[in-house]
Ligand binder design. Structure first.
Ligand SMILES: [Zn+2]
Ligand SMILES: [Zn+2]
Length: 112
């Protein structure tokens, strides 16, 4: 659902790729805030460079802000169906991904 929200596009380079290849990136330090504005849906290439080049958080938020209104709305809908409360952890991104793949996905699909 989350990946469909961007029309299977990377939010960084805009490339359209298979949804299975898209990755969910959590902007560091943002996970406690609004989940909609603390994630980016990225292709593996952009996701890797987001980490290896350590893109400034400000620039990452800029990408979130330039997201299309329709995409924003779809992501919001996903989160409204199942509010996500990240547990305290040194690696929220990994927990986030596992929460999506385990159980959480069923709720998303049933609610659609
Ligand atoms: Zn990309
Ligand atoms: Zn990431």
């Amino acid at each position: 659902m989350l990946k469909m929200a961007t029309d299977q596009r990377c939010e960084c380079c805009g490339d359209r790729i298979a949804p299975g290849l898209l990755q969910i990136h959590c902007i560091p330090g943002m996970i406690d805030g609004n989940p909609v504005s603390s994630i980016l849906i990225l292709c593996p290439v952009c996701h890797t460079s987001m980490h290896t080049l350590s893109v400034p958080r400000r620039d990452q938020r800029l990408l979130v802000r330039s997201r299309r209104a329709e995409t924003e709305r779809r992501i919001r809908r996903v989160f409204r169906e199942k509010p996500y409360h990240p547990p305290p952890s040194p690696d929220p991104e990994e927990l986030f991904a596992s929460a999506l793949s385990a159980g959480g996905m069923d709720l998303f699909l049933n609610g659609a």
